[in-house]
Design a binder for this molecule. Structure first.
Ligand code: ATP
Length: 319
């Protein structure tokens, strides 16, 4: 393989730049040219493609976001859209593609692979909702951003007797809420994978209140519902006062943590190795600190699960 492309797609995640850097440098090291495709599949269809050099990825390892930008494209989900993309790949002589993104992006990668263009997926999403890898790029940074924010809420919380609800990202996956809740000693963690346990939450809050606890923290994943609605529900059912903080997009930003930079560099380099070996339709990941790769179709067929032991532990620690 003499020429490959790289694109970032779907929601951006801190560490994507470190992955792009690794792809570009590793490929150039092995005498492979790299083309950066801007704005994901949208840019691919439009031919928004530029050659990248060693220097193109200088000074980006510590930056959040993605220097080649990201996008979502409905058109690319159609056969006609994918054919448009393939035309551009042919025009630029690109023989293989590395896609950094979430599960939607991998569906696109699979479609291109089926149409004869070898693609390798790198899991880049703060949600940590992809099977076949213990961690996705961006999760650790987002988690640390959340923890920093909760610590600050805690500082002000000690001055009042209130219940604080922190709404974090995670429409279908509760990993961010679970890890942040455990790391910050939350009283309750509300995640989409577990059915509503409102009575239990109220019981726990009341117990804490009765034993003189000054404040309580609830971490809620957005997939469970609005933090404001949950707060209202608590106030209607008890005499507890609530305050809600929705963290929103700050969770997507910021300089990637050391863990994310190392993970992104390892996965980026490994993805290039797989393309060089002639692999296609694979997703790279990390399991038990070893680099692994899986068939994308198999990964997409697996439902996301949370660590049930960790969830149970969080309950036992917040009696
Ligand atoms: P995140 O987890 O951050 O949302 P994602 O990769 O899952 O990231 P999506 O919006 O689901 O984000 O997908 C990104 C893009 O991948 C879509 O906008 C679309 O262009 C492409 N894509 C998604 N599903 C398909 C599909 N079935 N066939 C072809 N392309 C697809």
């Amino acid at each position: 393989m003499k020429r490959i492309g790289v694109l970032t797609s779907g929601g951006d995640a801190p560490g994507m730049n470190a992955a792009i850097r690794a792809v570009v440098r590793k490929a150039i090291y092995h005498d492979i040219e790299v083309y950066g495709i801007k704005y994901g599949y949208q840019g691919l269809m439009e031919g928004n493609i530029e050659k990248m050099e060693i220097g193109s990825v200088g000074d980006i390892i510590h930056r959040g976001g993605t220097i080649i930008y990201s996008a979502r494209s409905e058109e690319f989900k159609t056969d006609a859209g994918q054919e448009k993309g393939i035309e551009q790949l042919k025009k630029f002589g690109i023989e293989g593609l590395i896609i950094i993104g979430g599960d939607g992006s991998f569906r696109g990668a699979q479609k291109l692979t089926e149409k004869g263009y070898p693609c390798i997926g790198i899991p880049g999403t703060i949600d940590n909702d992809i099977a076949g890898t213990d961690f996705t790029i961006g999760f650790d940074t987002a988690l640390n951003t959340i923890i920093e924010a909760i610590d600050k809420v805690r500082d002000t919380a000690t001055s009042h007797k209130r219940t604080y609800i922190i709404e974090v990202m995670g429409r279908d996956a509760g990993d961010l809420a679970l890890w942040a809740g455990l790391a910050d000693g939350a009283e309750s963690i509300l995640i989409p994978e577990v059915k509503d346990e409102f009575d239990e939450v109220i019981e726990r809050l009341k117990r804490g209140h009765e034993r003189g606890k000054k404040h309580s923290i609830i971490v809620l994943a957005e997939g469970v519902g609005s933090g404001f609605d949950y707060g209202k529900r608590i106030e209607e059912t008890s005499d507890l006062e609530t305050r809600v903080t929705v963290l929103g997009y700050i969770q997507r930003g910021g300089s990637p943590t050391a863990s994310d930079r190392v993970l992104a560099s390892r996965l980026g380099g490994y993805a290039v190795d797989l393309l060089r070996k002639g692999e296609a339709g694979r997703m790279v990941g990390i399991q038990n600190n070893k680099l692994v790769n899986h068939d994308i179709l198999e990964i997409l067929a697996q439902p996301h699960t949370i660590d049930k032991d960790m969830y149970q532990l969080s309950k036992e620690l917040s009696i």
